[in-house]
Design a protein around this ligand. Structure first.
Ligand SMILES: Cc1cc2nc3c(=O)[nH]c(=O)nc-3n(C[C@H](O)[C@H](O)[C@H](O)COP(=O)(O)OP(=O)(O)OC[C@H]3O[C@@H](n4cnc5c(N)ncnc54)[C@H](O)[C@@H]3O)c2cc1C
Length: 462
């Protein structure tokens, strides 16, 4: 008897086997015969720096291993590659988790049209979110632009019901090697990066088993999350971001595993920020590169060669401001940065160096393993005062005061700025501490300059 036609499951930001609705649906459609596909797409890979590319490759290898080496890797434009493979194996349907990013949505429309032309269907089931972006609406049916009311609605409907792993017979086909991922990434290096270092950071453990282990560790400290999440020198946060970004862990599984108490609740609330920003991006795809709130479109930013040099000093962690340098060096060394450090270093770029938030967002996008378009662009816009919940522009983080509050022993600064390894708090908080480096700017002077530019942009006298 002829075997039934297989269904294709196309893996994208969901590189796991458990709790995978699209895989479960493909298994049903193909009577258990499933071809697992990953497409190496130049378009999506080009802006990734070497560390994220290497991490993605490692994650794909783990997925392949978990299915006994049956993952089929193809290189090229998905609108060509996916239909070609469907023809090759006689698949009647292709299943994928829905992508809500602007590029991903356009790509999926093209793939669906190309498949339809040959009588095959692209079916979206599930997404990288607990509540699909675009679902949460206000009383008048309009989307939210402020987090707290969004969260109230989200919190009512965000449930964690993991999906069972199906029994699958993997169908094979010719494929390329995961080395293609690294070879084809990092091709769109912005000119403003100049000679900034490109060496990859050491990779954190990749793959679904590593994600499960990371979740188990995060759960052991979740009770303390609220109290410790802002303390830079401690392992107080979950460190789940890279797994959530590549879908080796679904946020639904995190919610399902969280117990009661204020710590787990605070972690649940942070996960909702990720969903909120994805929701905002669905309604405002242009906010990837443009201010969500146009009131500050006229804010004067510096772009000359001196500004570019200041940008590169910031990115290298050589501003002479200890907390900012520690943050930026953590990014270079780990491909990850603590949330509080992201806020402080981003604020410094915008409000003390007077640079365009998009420059900073690009460097983060290049270096972060957990880079997520919605969270990164909107995290930056939040800091720049142009996004949702806009932190007022005139509230300017002092990197010294932030160090005092969130790095009280100076442990974070000492760990990453080795020139200051022998200096304790409070000495190590100060710009130019211990004479290790002359500060790039005077914090007070530039703070006043930022306020003056802000007043001008708003049409007021400074
Ligand atoms: C300027 C800036 C840029 C950022 N860029 C990214 C990015 O590219 N990718 C990314 O995942 N996060 C980004 N964030 C949000 C946040 O800093 C990281 O999610 C967090 O530091 C990841 O570490 P964790 O997993 O230990 O976080 P935890 O504190 O343990 O939080 C758990 C999870 O909740 C989500 N989360 C927490 N805080 C936020 C937040 N403020 N916004 C959105 N989601 C959040 C993340 O998925 C995170 O993994 C950015 C924040 C700022 C201020």
């Amino acid at each position: 008897m002829r075997s039934p036609a297989p269904a294709i499951v196309w893996f994208r930001r969901d590189l796991r086997l458990s709790d995978h609705p699209a895989l479960a649906a493909a298994a049903r459609a193909g009577d258990g015969r499933v071809l697992a596909l990953f497409v190496v797409d130049d378009h999506l890979l080009a802006p990734a720096g070497p560390t994220r590319a290497a991490y993605l490759a490692a994650t794909v290898r783990e997925l392949d291993r978990a299915m006994g080496g049956r993952l089929v890797l193809r290189v090229g434009d998905p609108a060509t590659v996916v239909p070609a493979l469907a023809r090759e194996v006689g698949a009647a349907s292709v299943w994928a988790s829905e992508d809500f990013g602007p590029q991903g949505r356009r790509r999926d429309e093209r793939v669906a049209a190309a498949l339809a032309a040959q009588g095959c269907e692209l079916r979206s089931v599930g997404s990288p979110y607990v509540v699909p972006p675009g679902t949460v609406r206000g009383p008048q049916g309009s989307p939210y632009r402020v987090f707290t009311p969004f969260y109230r609605v989200w919190d009512e409907i965000a449930l964690g019901h993991p999906v069972d792993v199906p029994d699958v017979e993997w169908v094979g086909a010719e494929g390329s090697s995961s080395d293609e991922i690294v070879a084809r990434a990092a091709r769109r290096r912005p000119a403003v990066f100049g000679d900034l270092p490109d060496g990859p950071a050491p990779l954190p453990p990749a793959g679904e088993a590593a994600a499960r282990a990371a979740l188990a560790t995060a759960l052991t400290r979740a009770h303390d999350y609220e109290a410790r999440r802002d303390l830079l020198g401690e392992e107080g946060t979950s460190r789940l971001s890279a797994h959530l970004r590549f879908g080796t862990l679904h946020p639904r599984s995190v919610l399902a595993a969280l117990g009661p108490g204020s710590g787990p609740r605070a972690l649940r609330r942070q996960l909702a920020w990720r969903e909120f920003y994805a929701d905002v991006l669905v309604h405002h795809p242009e906010s990837v590169g443009r201010n969500l709130q146009s009131a500050l479109d006229g804010l004067e930013v510096d772009r000359d060669e001196a500004a570019r040099e200041r940008f590169r000093s910031w990115a290298r962690g050589e501003t002479g401001v200890p907390l900012v340098d520690a943050a930026m060096r953590q990014l270079l060394e780990e491909g990850w940065m603590h949330n509080r450090a992201r806020m402080v270093s981003a604020s410094f770029l915008v409000k003390h160096l007077h640079l365009d938030w998009r420059w900073g967002a690009r460097w983060f996008a290049w270096r972060l393993v957990d880079f997520d378009l919605a969270s990164n662009q909107h995290g930056w816009q939040w800091v720049a005062g142009t996004g949702t919940d806009a932190a007022p522009f005139h509230r300017i983080f002092s990197p010294v005061r932030q160090a005092e509050r969130f790095d009280p022993q100076g442990a974070f600064i000492r760990r990453h700025v080795r020139e200051l390894a022998n200096l304790g708090a409070p000495e190590c908080w100060d710009p130019g501490a211990g004479g290790y480096r002359r500060p790039l700017v005077d914090l007070d002077v530039e703070r006043r300059e930022a306020l003056a530019r802000f007043a001008t942009a708003r049409g007021r006298r400074p």
